[in-house]
Design a protein around this ligand. Structure first.
Ligand SMILES: Nc1ncnc2c1ncn2[C@@H]1O[C@H](COP(=O)(O)OP(=O)(O)OP(=O)(O)O)[C@@H](O)[C@H]1O
Ligand SMILES: [Mg+2]
Length: 343
C-alpha cells in the first residue's frame, strides 16, 4: 500500500479516468469550470484540477529518475509522450526537466520554448561544454517544468561529436553537474540511433519506448534493444528498458488491439496498462505551444497521459498502483506473431 508520507501535493476533484484498450476513442471534451485569469494561467489551473483525484497524490522518486524516450522509428509519439508526461508529472508537484535532443526541436516547440538559432541550447552543452543551467528555460504555463531546448545546430552535432573526447558521455556529465533539484529528467531522442541517442542512453537509467499501435510497430525495435544492451555492457550498467507505452491507440480497429496484445505478450511487465488514444486534441496542442494537459485538460488524450504519468510515478516508487479503469477485452489473435520481428 501507498504511504501518505510519500505523496506529493494535495489533490482536488475526481475526474473521469482515461479510456482503456477495450474502449473506442469517444473523446471526452468535458473541461473543468473556467477561471478568471489569463488564458494560459487558466489552462494550467484547469490542468491541475484535471489532475486531481480526491485524496490522492503521486509518490516522488527518492532520486532523480532519468528517462530516455527513444524509438528510432519516426512519428511514433516520442515527443508527444515526453512533453505530456513531463507536464503531467510537473503539475503533480514534481520538478521535471525535458531535454530536447532532436534537432527538429519539436519538444521545445510543444513546450512554448523559444529555440531559434541564437538561443543557448543543448548543442552548446554537448559541443561547447556549456553548463546545462545556462540553457535551461522554465516552461511558462507549468510550474516546476523546465526545458533545455534544441536548435537546428544540433543537426551538425552528430558529426562534430565524433572526434571529441568522451563523445558518448557528454550529456551524462552535463546532467551530473546540474545542481538544481529534479525529480525527473525526460530526454526526447531523435528518430535515429546515432551519437545523440547514445549520449541519452549513457546519461539515463531508464528507457521509455513509445510504440505506435500499427502493424509494423515492433519493426526495428530489435536494433534499439541491441543498442541498449551494448550501452549497458560498456558504458552504463544501470540502463534498462523500464517502460513501454502504447500510443495512438484507436479502439475502433481490431488491428490496434491485436498490436497492443502482441506488445504486451512480448514485453510483459514493462508495458504500461494505460495506453494513449488517437486524439485530435493531442495533435492540435503543439501548434499552440502547449501540451494537451494545458490545452484541453479534460480531453481523453490529457487524461490518458495523466494516468500514464501516475503509473510511472507509482512504479518508480515501488508503491502499489491502482488503475482508475481497467478490464481490457481479450481477443483471439490468429495472425502471425509480430514479436517474430525481434527474434
Ligand atoms: N495520441 C495521438 N493522437 C493523435 N495524434 C498524435 C498522437 N500522438 C502523436 N500524435 C501526432 O503524431 C505526430 C508524431 O508524433 P510525435 O512528434 O510525438 O512523434 P515522434 O516519435 O517524436 O516523431 P519523430 O520521430 O519525428 O521525432 C505528431 O503530429 C503528433 O501530434
Ligand atoms: Mg520527436
Amino acid at each position: 500500500m501507498r504511504s501518505d508520507a510519500n505523496i506529493a501535493g494535495p489533490m482536488t476533484d475526481p475526474v473521469p479516468g482515461p479510456r482503456t484498450e477495450s474502449a473506442g476513442e469517444d473523446v471526452s471534451r468535458e473541461t473543468l469550470p473556467p477561471m478568471d485569469d489569463t488564458p494560459i494561467g487558466r489552462a494550467a489551473q484547469l490542468a491541475v484540477e484535471a489532475l486531481g483525484r480526491a485524496g490522492e497524490g503521486l509518490p516522488r522518486p527518492e532520486q532523480t529518475r532519468i528517462m530516455v524516450v527513444a524509438n528510432q522509428k519516426g512519428g511514433v509519439g516520442k515527443t508527444t509522450t515526453t512533453v505530456n508526461l513531463a507536464a503531467s508529472l510537473a503539475l503533480h508537484g514534481a520538478r521535471v526537466l525535458v531535454i530536447d535532443l532532436d534537432p527538429q526541436g519539436n519538444a521545445s516547440t510543444a513546450l512554448g520554448i523559444d529555440h531559434h538559432a541564437d538561443v543557448p541550447s543543448i548543442y552548446d552543452v554537448l559541443v561547447d561544454s556549456r553548463p546545462l543551467s545556462e540553457v535551461v528555460q522554465p516552461v511558462l504555463d507549468v510550474e516546476g517544468l523546465f526545458c533545455a531546448p534544441a536548435t537546428i545546430d544540433l543537426a551538425g552535432a552528430e558529426i562534430e561529436l565524433v572526434s571529441m573526447v568522451a563523445r558518448e558521455s557528454r550529456l551524462q556529465r552535463a546532467i551530473q553537474a546540474y545542481e538544481q533539484p529534479l525529480d525527473y529528467v525526460l530526454i526526447d531522442c531523435p528518430p535515429s540511433l546515432g551519437l545523440l541517442s547514445v549520449n541519452a542512453l549513457v546519461a539515463g537509467a531508464e528507457v521509455l519506448i513509445p510504440i505506435q499501435c500499427e502493424y509494423y510497430a515492433l519493426e526495428g525495435l530489435g536494433q534499439l534493444l541491441k543498442n541498449v544492451d551494448l550501452v549497458r555492457g560498456h558504458l552504463n550498467q544501470t540502463l534498462h528498458v523500464s517502460t513501454i507505452l502504447l500510443t495512438m491507440y484507436d479502439g475502433r480497429t481490431r488491428l490496434a488491439s491485436q498490436v497492443a496484445e502482441e506488445v504486451r505478450t512480448h514485453f510483459g511487465q514493462e508495458v504500461l496498462r494505460t495506453s494513449i488514444p488517437r486524439s485530435v486534441r493531442i495533435s492540435e496542442a503543439p501548434s499552440y505551444g502547449q501540451t494537451v494537459i494545458t490545452y484541453d485538460p479534460g480531453s481523453s488524450g490529457a487524461l490518458s497521459y495523466i494516468e500514464a504519468a501516475r503509473e510511472i510515478a507509482f512504479r518508480g516508487a515501488s508503491v502499489h498502483y491502482e488503475p482508475q479503469q481497467h478490464g481490457r477485452v481479450g481477443y483471439q489473435n490468429n495472425q502471425r506473431s509480430m514479436a517474430e520481428e525481434l527474434k
